[in-house]
Design a protein around this ligand. Sequence first.
Ligand code: ADP
Length: 373
Amino acid sequence: MKRSIPLKLKLTAISVCILTAMCVAFAISTIYSTNGLVQATITTPAISVDESMPAISVDESMLAITSEPSAAVTEALWQFRGTTVLVMLCLIAIGSALTYLFASRTLKPLEDLTERVQHIDIHNLDEGVSIPQTKDEAAKLAQAFQNMTEKLNLSYQVQKNFSANAAHELRTPLAAIQTQLDVFQMKPDRNAEEYTNLLQSIGESTERLSNLVKDLLTFTNEQGIGKKEPVELKPLLEETVFELEEYAATKHIEITISGKGTVLGDDSLLQRAFFNLISNAIRYNVDCGSIFIEITDDQVTIADTGIGIPDEAKSHIFDTFFCVDKSRSRELGGSGLGLAIVKSIIEKHNGYIYVKNNQPQGSIFIVGFNSNI
Ligand code: ADP
């Protein structure tokens, strides 16, 4: 690879070139002016003779005009030229040394930053970089770099936690299948009922696994909004409720939809978000409970009469893999990704979501859109 020239040497070289050009120009102009001055001096008589002046005796030599400078003048002239060139060279040398010194000192924080950045990797992202006290561009660059590493570190930690949680969630049903198979294999005589029970519980575990993988894929593959077109909320919600009718019937839950509204967005993504919210409202509802869905111009409210959410958990329920009661959620077939997917979809629609308590019991999820039409 071609060796690069350090910035401080480049800056010094540029300064030396400029300094040399200016010094040479100054020396040439000084020497040239001095030559002219000497020439003017030797062609001017020492005393000027005027007709009106009273006659006085003047030494003829004082009136003489010579074109050649005397030996003493020539020597002084050469001495002057020599001194000028010497001073010029000294100025260039001192100027170059000072430029190098200042360039090195000014670029030192950049060199330190470069060295630090070269040693940063994914394992020491949290160590960050030191910010020089200079308040100049180098300090701003270091600060910008520090902000970037902080964001990178945060997103790396989120990814790491996400992967760990995903692995843990995947391991649970797999471990359940493995245990059931081990126990089954150890049995000496296996009857038809035991075979049926085994197949049923393996079926439940694989269904859980496949739901989890589906949610993981949805969450990780979710890109921006595919299309942005007016979406009538009432038919969309009616269709979603129709899909969940069977599930609601298992708990004898009544679902009511009122009002209407239109938002700008992607109907399939919105349907996915409302599907998760309504299926949660069924999952965490009591037997013979109810769900009220109210649509206005810029909001959809989903109120249930279920078990409700404790106040301290309200700010976490939209986090990935968060469950108020893990074993209960698992039992009910939840993956802990449903509300994280909802939040991500709603935010892509320039909207917001929050939860509050229903009276006398249950939760109310409020989904608001800023881009309604
Ligand atoms: P899960 O797949 O476990 O349901 P979600 O992300 O959909 O995951 O929900 C996160 C947690 O929020 C759930 O474990 C549950 O405790 C709580 N939750 C969500 N919706 C409701 C609701 N309508 N009523 C009560 N709790 C709810």
